[in-house]
Design a binder for this molecule. Structure first.
Ligand SMILES: [Zn+2]
Length: 297
């Protein structure tokens, strides 16, 4: 199914079932070996806590989320916002956390991408270089598993011929195939070659309401970042009415760049290599009561 759909958007694609590579190795350097074992997705908070105006009191803890999704000690990957209470500023969080269990303390391998006050460029840092907690703020889309090795879906896609980004393409294939039935997937992929359009939220929350996608795009800071970028996608084929963000991907690198993935900007030369697993369960945590569809890209 994936192979056929990808061919409509990429020149050269290959989908196979493989053993998950050891994710404790380069370029991932994750605290867990794999993405297998009780795979599940959590959508926590939401964009309505960020816009039109921020609700700074919305803070969460990944160790608590792991308990809430009935998987204490879970290995969590995904895309979220950093806690402005901890950082003092607004920033992108690239969560990569082995949460705490009865036997072991948490290992936080997350990254934070923020606007560098010195040059207004991207400042990417390991979360653990400054902080010891596992908090985040406002919203996060998370893929959780036991972090075990095992069989995963390997997706290779080179040379983009269509308009869709890699994640949207995968999501729309699932939506077309499974229709009403929501199918979720998470994991990790590497943009091995090319460049990508990435945003980072500014350090200050907007003091005037952001009411449209245009307002949001004027507020966000956009960059073109270089491969290799290691990206953590969370995908749900369609929203069964839980006010979900159906795709959300954050990335980091080993050359100081990272943030929220929109699209590659080098369609001819781009190379994607990803490892995915469908989720068995979906959890919706602290769903906003008042909602809208602005800023979901
Ligand atoms: Zn994001």
């Amino acid at each position: 199914v994936l192979q056929k759909g990808l061919k409509e958007n990429f020149a050269d694609t290959q989908v196979s079932v493989v053993d998950c590579p050891d994710l404790t190795q380069e370029p991932f350097n994750f605290p867990a070996k794999g993405i297998c074992g009780k795979p599940r997705i959590a959508d926590v908070g939401g964009v309505p806590y960020l816009i039109p105006l921020v609700q700074k009191e919305k803070v969460y803890d990944l160790n608590t989320v792991a308990k809430d999704i009935e998987l204490p000690g879970a290995f969590i990957l995904g895309a979220g916002a950093a806690s402005s209470k901890i950082l003092g500023v607004n920033a992108e969080l690239i969560p990569i956390v082995q949460t705490k269990s009865e036997k072991k303390p948490a290992v936080n391998g997350s990254y934070v991408a923020q606007i560098n006050p010195a040059d207004k460029g991207c400042l990417l840092e390991k979360y653990s270089s400054k902080y010891t907690d596992c908090e985040f703020g406002l919203l996060a889309n998370l893929y959780a598993s036991e972090g075990q090795p095992g069989k995963v879906i390997e997706v290779k896609a080179n040379g983009r011929t269509g308009e869709l980004n890699f994640v949207s393409c995968l999501r729309q294939i699932l939506e077309k195939q499974y229709g009403e039935k929501p199918v979720g997937m998470g994991g990790t992929f590497v943009i091995q070659k090319g460049k990508a359009k990435i945003h980072i939220m500014p350090p200050e929350f907007s003091t005037c309401p952001l009411n449209t996608d245009e307002d949001v795009n004027n507020w966000l800071k956009f960059f073109e970042m270089k491969a290799p970028l290691i990206c953590q996608p969370v995908i749900v084929s369609r929203d069964p009415g839980f006010d979900l963000r159906v795709e959300h991907t954050h990335c980091f690198s080993h050359h100081g760049e990272g943030g929220h993935y929109h699209q590659d900007t080098s369609p001819d030369s781009v190379q994607y290599l990803g490892y995915f697993l469908p989720a068995e369960l979906l959890f919706r945590i602290d769903r906003p009561q008042e909602t809208h569809l602005v800023g979901r890209d």
